[in-house]
Each structure stands twice: as C-alpha cells, then as structure tokens.
Design a protein around this ligand. Structure first.
Ligand code: 7PJ
Length: 289
C-alpha cells in the first residue's frame, strides 16, 4: 500500500488520515450551494475566506466543485463549469500552498485545471465519460475514481446490487485495470465507493460496515460521508445539523482503513481524527503487561 501520493507539484503523506475540505462554487449544491457563488459568478472573496478557515482547521486538500450532482440540480454548461472551476483554482493556487482537487467529470475542466494548479482530479463518474480517461492520464495528476450506479437524476430510484460491497469492489478493480491499461501509474490513484451515489441508506451502511474489503484492494480509500442523506434516514436533521453524525461516520470509515475523508466541517473532523490517531499511536507503542 502506498503511503504517499503525488498530487502534481505537491506530495500528500497518507501515513495518517487526511481531510479534504469541500468548496462548492455552485448556486445549488446539496448542503452548501450558493455560499461561494452569488449573482451568477464565483465569489472569490468568500471562497478564499472559507479556504483559509478550512486550512486553519486542518484541511490537507481543498475540493473545488463547479457542477452540482444533487438529484434534480440544473445542468450546467461545459463553458460555465469551466469558468467557475478555473476561477476558483487560480485564486486558491495563488493564495495557498495546498493540494487542490477538482470535482469534475468533464475532460476540458480536467485539462484546464491541471494547467492552473490542481493536483488531484476527483471524478464521481470514475473517468468514464468519453475522453475522460485519456485526459486524466495526460494530466499526470493524482486521480480519485468513484463508484456511482446510474446518473444523479435517477440514481436513487431502486438501486440494486447482488452484494453491494463485492459489486463495488469489482467495479473499482475493473477501473484500476482500465487506468493501468492507458498507462496510469496506480501510485497516483485513490478509490472511493461513492456513498449516496445510487445506494439506499441500508446499502450505504453495509458499505461502511464492510469498508475493509475496499481498503484491502491496495489503493488509498477516500470517503465522502459528510452531511449525506444516509444520516437523515436515522436522524431527522437538515444538512447543516449533521456535523456530529458526519464525524461519527468518518471515524468509522477511518477505523476501517479510509485514508482521506471528504468533509464540510473540517475543524470537527480534524479534532476527532486527531483523537483517533493519538489513541492508535498509543496502542502501537504499548507493551503487553
Ligand atoms: C463525493 C464527491 C464523494 C468524492 C460529492 C455531496 C455530494 N467526491 N463529491 N466522494 N460527494 N470523491 O457532497 O453530498 O462521496 S458531491
């Protein structure tokens, strides 16, 4: 298992769990839409302020998204997504020394982001759109390959699996083979089961409970559990009141081998993971008495 991952010009040490802070530059994302995008454009001041806060709270990666994948979200044109993302990546790269991730499935957005400072391409469609795989290969950047069943608008209509964990493990293994076949070095590849993307609440919880099967595929695992609707199947809370539940799920994932946690509430996630890390270190140092 790799313990560091090269993200463009920067290297991320994965010997302890890392936090990816979510920065959506969209008017309509599911839990934070419209905060960093106002009056038809990216609010750069608000973006930089939020980024600075996240970095101060312990984020290691900033994940910029210009397209909402919330079911029912308005489809964004390629030109619009490109403009949102490039504006945000350029601003972040000028101001902060951190790994910038771009949450996109659009090859032109991948290509242009790579030119202006992105270090990681994060594709919820697993680089399956035409040209996406080759563009990702050519970028030389780190890649996060996620599993999704269906497409955002319909993915929550009766998702079905033989065995949710095994089916996703097979999908991700096949994608790793596909990436390898176009010459991508697997040392720069992260995998993600895609919590909430074409999965019922029950399937999501089973996936979390048995996450070790995916951690054992040999690639670092990233999880996005933050504020997701699997929480609302248990607790009747709006997205902005799901912080404690999100942190609990993040801890469970890390305990089962996840190396990167995608989070909206960076400070709370950092505190919890620090406690986990400290206790874990104490265990490795302890002598049996
Ligand atoms: C994920 C993501 C996730 C990765 C979103 C939301 C939906 N990227 N982008 N994994 N989720 N890699 O934040 O609720 O789970 S957008």
């Amino acid at each position: 298992m790799v313990n560091t991952i090269t993200c463009g010009a920067r290297t991320l040490d994965l010997s302890r769990p890392r936090i990816m802070g979510v920065l959506n530059v969209t008017p309509d994302s599911f839990s934070d839409g419209g905060q960093l995008y106002r009056n038809g454009r990216v609010d750069t001041d608000a973006l930089l302020k939020r980024a600075e806060q996240m970095l101060g709270e312990g984020a290691d990666i900033l994940d910029v998204g210009g397209e909402s994948t919330r079911p029912g979200a308005t489809v964004v044109s390629e030109a619009e997504e490109l403009d949102r993302v490039v504006t945000a990546v350029e601003a972040l790269d000028q101001h902060y020394d951190t790994v910038i991730s771009v949450d996109t499935s659009t090859p032109s957005v991948m290509r242009e982001s790579a030119k202006c400072g992105a270090g990681l391409l994060n594709d919820v469609r697993g680089f399956q759109r035409p040209q996406a795989l080759q563009t990702a290969a050519d970028s030389g950047l780190a890649l996060c390959v996620m599993h999704m069943q269906g497409e955002p608008d319909t993915m929550q209509t009766a998702p079905t699996y033989n065995d949710v964990v095994q089916d996703i493990a097979e999908f991700l293994s096949q994608r790793l083979a596909d990436l390898g076949a176009v010459g991508i070095d697997l040392d720069r590849v992260i995998i993600d089961p895609g919590f909430g993307f074409g999965k019922t609440a029950k399937q999501n919880y089973e996936l979390l409970a048995r996450l070790e099967i995916l951690s054992n595929l040999g690639q670092p695992v990233l999880v996005g559990l933050s504020r997701k609707s699997m929480i609302s199947s248990v607790l009747d809370r709006p997205p902005e009141q799901r912080m404690v539940a999100s942190v609990a799920l993040a801890l469970m994932a890390v305990e089962r081998g996840a190396r990167i946690v995608r989070a909206h509430d960076v400070g709370a996630t950092f505190d919890a993971l620090s406690m986990w890390q400290t206790a874990r270190h104490a265990l490795s140092q302890s002598q049996p008495s």
